[in-house]
Write a protein that binds this ligand. Sequence first.
Ligand code: AMP
Length: 589
Amino acid sequence: MRRWSELAERVAATTRTSEKTGLLAEYLRSLDPADLPTAAVFLTGRAFAETDQRATGLGWATMATAIGAVAGVDRETLREAYDRFSDLGLAVEDVLVRVGHEPDPAISPTLREVSAAFEAIERASGPAAKAEILRPLLARCDPRTARGVVKVLSGDLRIGLREGLVEAALAKAFDRPIDDVKRAGMLTGDVGRTALLARDDVLASAGLTLFHPLKFMLASPAENAEEIVRRLGPLVWVEDKYDGIRAQLHKRDDVVRLYSRDLHDVSAGYPEVVEAARALPWDGVLDGELLGMRDGVVLPFVALQARLGRKKPPPELLADVPVVYVAFDLLGLGPGRGAPVQPTLDRPLEERRRLLASMELPLVGAGGAFALSRLASAGSAEALEMAFAEARARRNEGLLVKDPRSPYTPGRRGYGWLKMKKALATIDCVVVGVEVGHGKRHGVLSDYTFAVRDETNDRLVTIGKAYSGLTDAEIAAMTRWFEDHTISRHGRYRVVEPTVVVEVAFDVILRSARHKSGFALRFPRIARLRPDKAASDADTLATVERLFEELQPGAERLVTAAARVSAAPPVGTTASLALKVRRAARTDG
Ligand code: AMP
């Protein structure tokens, strides 16, 4: 583990990507196959592989308890060190150096021992039990090794080395084509497994494994219709952007499972969909959105929220908020039940959709629990704006604009899919600081400072501050969460663990030196919490730069088109629009 920590430090100290890749490649090539997967996964800033459902469940407070016990310092000393470095790994190293922590190098833990300790921490229940495993592990580490261990553990606090860089290093280390490594990476969702496949020269054997969820393909935000058509056109596909819950459906024989965006098995929460899929005459993997629908009418997201996170919904809730599965993509298909499932990911969307449309699905219209996303095509910016207005009139959030030639790229936010939503842009940000509010919000932490991801420098950079536009109940729950996850306090302001993602609406992006990102938002307001997203899903500085460019000329036309719809919503379609308008009104100013 000491060698891993030294390597990570050298990589971090180099700014040139080619040098980083070179250092990593040399290191990865030198490893024993038993250590290679662990080293590769740790290098992406994770204790477990991305598609592994496990997490250590260690919060800042628990880590601080263990570190404090090893170093013999109090919480305040650690907080001060954290404030100096804004990095828990560096803070721990500093504290341990200052107290002269120098264990015998012979007992320094190996990568395998660290990995085994992480697994034990995951299995232990409760913070005290977890801290009791972390403490002796850290006690065996010299300061530099401890820094590495803590950096991996706080992977959700900071963004680790990007997966792309580790994949490039694997390609270089074992002299394999980068595209082969990337493809295997997308299919396995596990950089450790990919590392072994690259080493053994069997990357092509990476396949789709049923009941191992693939990462979801993501969409990049875009607002300007002309720009979208220029980028994806001349002919683009447009689908309604449903305001539901993303889910991947896996089926083999009569076993059906649904996975959430964060790759957890949520099947038990949606029994009507699971039941409806069981008897179908195919095996395969679908991508789609769970939507609340009663008597053919789509229910607003607030209704569906009652089902979110419910492991066993009671019969009344099932009757009140029935859910259907709106399929929009096909990731793998077997010709019949029990036949091997072939991945369809690499085929163009056009072909995947044709296959999807030919599959037997019990559709809502015929009393089933499935639907296909509404699909149309647009050949000009005007047609796209019209489609956007129509999608809004159907009570949907906006559009997903897709390139019919594009493959399905798991985990990538590329330009194959663009999302066009609401009259004004929104970006997903990570809350990094909170303050108590004013007036009726004086007792609660309702003012949030938020940040986007600067991928180039592997850090979070602030972009704005907004009074929360959440409900009182949400603010109360978030206040408790932030109190438990405060890293340090500076008067009214608290630095918090950067894990909460919020969707922030704004009017205009401005260049500004006020925030670290170099940008500020005019009239920012928190549109909603995004518990389905992790910090690594937040939007990037590059996206903000692009939106800044795009939102300049031409954007008004889109806004005007959507504003017309909001001003005169057709009868019977007002629920979700009204909700959004109310939210915006409450948080403006
Ligand atoms: P956002 O959640 O704002 O990042 O927007 C992307 C999300 O829109 C996806 O993750 C899906 O959950 C959702 N979505 C709704 N309708 C569609 C659709 N037709 N195609 C793809 N994604 C969709």
